[in-house]
Design a protein around this ligand. Sequence first.
Ligand SMILES: *[C@@H]1O[C@H](CO)[C@@H](O)[C@H](O)[C@H]1NC(C)=O
Ligand SMILES: *[C@@H]1O[C@H](CO)[C@@H](O)[C@H](O)[C@H]1NC(C)=O
Ligand SMILES: *[C@@H]1O[C@H](CO)[C@@H](O)[C@H](O)[C@H]1NC(C)=O
Ligand SMILES: *[C@@H]1O[C@H](CO)[C@@H](O)[C@H](O)[C@H]1NC(C)=O
Ligand SMILES: *[C@@H]1O[C@H](CO)[C@@H](O)[C@H](O)[C@H]1NC(C)=O
Ligand SMILES: *[C@@H]1O[C@H](CO)[C@@H](O)[C@H](O)[C@H]1NC(C)=O
Ligand SMILES: *[C@@H]1O[C@H](CO)[C@@H](O)[C@H](O)[C@H]1NC(C)=O
Ligand SMILES: *[C@@H]1O[C@H](CO)[C@@H](O)[C@H](O)[C@H]1NC(C)=O
Ligand SMILES: *[C@@H]1O[C@H](CO)[C@@H](O)[C@H](O)[C@H]1NC(C)=O
Length: 440
Amino acid sequence: MSCYRNGIKCMLLLFFMGLAALNTYSYWRDSLNVNTLNTSMHPEVIVEQSPSTTPFQCPFESWNQVHSDIVPNENLHLEWIQNNISRRDNILESQIRLLSSFVYPDHISIITNSQRSYGQKVYCRYFNCLREEISNSSYQSIFFPMNVIRCPRRIGVKYMSISFDSEEIPQEPIPLVYRVFEVFNMNEYSRKIIDEYLRTGEIELTVIQSEYKTIDWQFHLLQINECHQRSKHHSKWVINVDIDERLVILDDKIKSVGSLLSGYNNTVAEVGFAIRRIQKTEKLPEKYESDEQIISEMEFLKYNVSSPVSWGAYKTIYRPEKIAAMYYHWAYQRYPDTVAEYVKSEIALFRHYRSTEKNILGSGWLTDPNYKNFSIVSEETKLAEKLKENVLKKIKYVYDPRVLYCEEIAEIPYEEYKEFGHDIFNCTFRNETGSNKSAD
Ligand SMILES: *[C@@H]1O[C@H](CO)[C@@H](O)[C@H](O)[C@H]1NC(C)=O
Ligand SMILES: *[C@@H]1O[C@H](CO)[C@@H](O)[C@H](O)[C@H]1NC(C)=O
Ligand SMILES: *[C@@H]1O[C@H](CO)[C@@H](O)[C@H](O)[C@H]1NC(C)=O
Ligand SMILES: *[C@@H]1O[C@H](CO)[C@@H](O)[C@H](O)[C@H]1NC(C)=O
Ligand SMILES: *[C@@H]1O[C@H](CO)[C@@H](O)[C@H](O)[C@H]1NC(C)=O
Ligand SMILES: *[C@@H]1O[C@H](CO)[C@@H](O)[C@H](O)[C@H]1NC(C)=O
Ligand SMILES: *[C@@H]1O[C@H](CO)[C@@H](O)[C@H](O)[C@H]1NC(C)=O
Ligand SMILES: *[C@@H]1O[C@H](CO)[C@@H](O)[C@H](O)[C@H]1NC(C)=O
Ligand SMILES: *[C@@H]1O[C@H](CO)[C@@H](O)[C@H](O)[C@H]1NC(C)=O
């Protein structure tokens, strides 16, 4: 839905993958936020100047008074591990770096960057607000799925780490957070639009500092697992799609993806959607030049050569608590007593504006029998018009800065300008420009 609403992401950020989460299920987050406002998640620790007999006490937080002895479903996970369910080892010599850690009512998840640790033994290590290890707290756990470690809860824990034996000095702990956007590689120009979405609160960001100079597409699975764990007890549904895909609701009676999903009862763990692949024959422009350029480059206006509807690489919207392990597009393993449902393609589907470039991952699909019977399927006009306006507005807000005219400078600073010279204001006189075109 995020992609659907914010077409700009589809326009500009093709080179990394985004996973969007619906914020409709926020009881856990809300209860945490209340506490967070009261006692900060990162309390300022005031170091006393003079020696004192009363040591600093970490704040008491009602949400953080939970101790549990077990990890939910651990036996089931062990059974799946024995059968290699969802196993996909890779990058066999990588370091094991900590990415993030999330707290839920009955457990904690730690997410790492390791694609090679499936089923391995590992110790959860717990730290208080001063990053001091909580005594007698460590727990022997296991990696499942791929890069995820689950740990029981401990009272007062604020930072988590791991070690491979219980005596070893653990890695530098990372904060426990409760709150999607994941970034591996991005240039400064693209980062500007990410910052804009952060500003408006439409996304959250996880920056993955990789040890490698380059990464390949399979690192995507690390991110899928991170998004999955991040969303548990926070978002009721997670849309597991890439930035070049857009959900389209074709049935007029259904007003939003929310109302579509609310039709499914609590046993439904994932909802599958068919795909139409639309040929995206050119690259997006590197930079904003003009409104005309952006309008002519908007994918949903520019491209309309579509494959037939396909279930070949269908995509899902899923309930994070009900899924044990995700694969690229769908759940590899659901927890027991759940079902998957599939939406009829006449009701809704994803349009995938897929590159036709040669020699890239998944190239050659133009001649694939599943896709090759192409036809023209145009975008629904009303939606396209609205999306066009919103995309343009957002792009211009971020990428269309204007010239600073010296005439805008008020009298007093202007006096300083005269004293210190042109450079300190870096402005342009109207009579020097000839036009008002932006400099960049
Ligand atoms: C902080 O929490 C306590 C107990 O939960 C409450 O009595 C107090 O009013 C809260 N303070 C603020 C500033 O919200
Ligand atoms: C699981 O995968 C590992 C590594 O590829 C392999 O050594 C092992 O035999 C597999 N076990 C089963 C039950 O397939
Ligand atoms: C350490 O924790 C375990 C399990 O929580 C408990 O059984 C044991 O008594 C504790 N030991 C000490 C010294 O507190
Ligand atoms: C819940 O939905 C599933 C699948 O849509 C269906 O099979 C099941 O009967 C429903 N259960 C109830 C209690 O309505
Ligand atoms: C190709 O698509 C057209 C229009 O969608 C359809 O009428 C035709 O039967 C299809 N042909 C094949 C071989 O699938
Ligand atoms: C399909 O796209 C082409 C190129 O953008 C355009 O000229 C044509 O009018 C479109 N056709 C339909 C039916 O939307
Ligand atoms: C003035 O702006 C230009 C273009 O953005 C920049 O390269 C330059 O460093 C600026 N000069 C000062 C003094 O800020
Ligand atoms: C433009 O205007 C400024 C301020 O009025 C003046 O100092 C400057 O000489 C003018 N430049 C040109 C090229 O006319
Ligand atoms: C420059 O901007 C002013 C208002 O800021 C406008 O009146 C004028 O027409 C613009 N000139 C050009 C050449 O675009």
